[in-house]
Design a protein around this ligand. Structure first.
Ligand SMILES: [Zn+2]
Length: 364
């Protein structure tokens, strides 16, 4: 394969292809005549930079949020972080790619192709690192989904095989949030235009963040919240029930005491490599069982993969009823409980503590 110099590095990522670089067509002709050589591309880092990027050891405290992030990474679940401004919600979200398994070669090529179609360059130093996209809340549905007047991959496709981070979730327009629902289920997006239809992959993990109220300080001991209950209610209801149903874990990210922020790293402030080792180990359980992460267990496979003993089933059904959770939520709680059990050694039957922890992440 002969490519222009600008595409050389990208083309070199494809295995088992002899790639040659040319600057002019005259050079290609010379090469075909046997009059000159064309060089091969140089310099692809073999590890692909999966370990680069921000590290979890920068985060102080926030044990519950760390735990939720780890579960999210193992199972491929969607996560909502809720807390006042400046508590590190963005910091946590940015560190999810660093604890996820590196992209496999075929995933990396897929992600690279999506970028290429969108007219963007792959960062070749980090081609095995999972993408992290964080569109601003002023982004339109078009930018998020279909990239403009000519159908192109939007932000959700650029986040394919990686993380889509939506900060200040309630500030996104309702329409934008509604268009997310379908790809969150199907893993792809179909864009219809007058003359044609395009399908782009969009298998992303959603991490959303929001303040608990419009001013951000309800429940915070150090700042007074000035919002009325009515305002808080309206703010939260901007996120529709169906979208919320699709988010598997919701966790609070409270203010960390100032004294802790200045202190040295504690044993709980683990780095990304330590957490990722646990994530990989737990994820192997689901890959051996179903060939994919737990978030993608089909409802048909739930009976087999998320089996409950009679006592646990009774307890679980009573708990769900008391919390008024939907049928969709029922399945999602089971998948999260499965992930928690995988982190706990991978027992075949889910135990009550796995279910209880999973239920605790449904509090919104
Ligand atoms: Zn407030």
């Amino acid at each position: 394969m002969v490519v222009p110099r600008e595409n050389a590095a990208e083309a070199a990522l494809v295995p088992d292809v002899d790639v040659r670089v040319a600057d002019t067509l005259a050079e290609v002709c010379g090469w075909l005549r046997g009059a000159q050589e064309l060089s091969a591309p140089i310099g692809i880092p073999s590890d692909g930079g999966a370990d680069s990027g921000p590290d979890l050891s920068d985060v102080r405290g926030q044990l519950q949020a760390r735990r939720a992030l780890e579960i999210t990474a193992v199972g491929g679940h969607h996560l909502l972080l809720m807390g006042p401004p400046g508590t590190g919600k963005t910091m946590l979200a940015e560190r999810l790619p660093g604890i996820l398994p590196p992209l496999s070669e075929s995933e990396a090529l897929e992600t690279c192709s999506v970028l290429s179609v969108a007219g963007q360059d792959t960062d070749l130093a980090q081609w095995r690192r999972r993408p992290f996209r964080a569109p601003h809340h002023t982004a339109s549905a078009v930018a998020l989904v279909e990239g403009g007047s000519y159908p192109r991959p939007g932000e959700i496709s650029l986040a394919h095989n990686g993380v889509l981070f939506l900060d200040e979730l309630p500030e996104f327009s309702r329409h934008v949030l509604e268009v997310l629902r379908e790809p969150m289920e199907s893993g792809h997006i179909v864009i219809s235009r007058a003359a044609r239809q395009s399908t782009f992959p969009a298998q992303f993990q959603l991490v959303a963040a929001m303040n608990p109220c419009p001013c951000g300080y309800v429940g915070d001991p150090r700042q007074r919240c000035h919002c009325t209950p009515d305002q808080i209610q309206r703010y939260r209801s901007r996120i529709s029930g169906p979208l919320l149903d699709r988010i598997d874990l919701c966790v609070e990210v409270p203010q960390v005491p100032l004294a802790d922020l200045g202190s040295a790293r504690s044993v709980h402030d683990e780095d990304s490599a330590t957490v990722r080792a646990r994530v990989l180990k737990a994820r192997r359980q689901s890959l051996m069982r179903a060939g994919r992460p737990n978030a993608e267990i089909s409802t048909r496979e739930l009976e087999r993969d998320c089996a409950l003993g009679p006592v646990e089933r009774h307890w679980f059904e009573t708990a769900l009823e008391r919390l008024g959770l939907s049928a969709r939520a029922y399945h999602r709680v089971l998948r999260v409980a499965r992930t928690i059990a995988d982190l706990d050694g991978g027992a075949a039957l889910l135990e009550r503590e796995h279910l209880a922890e999973a239920l605790q992440y449904r509090r919104f």
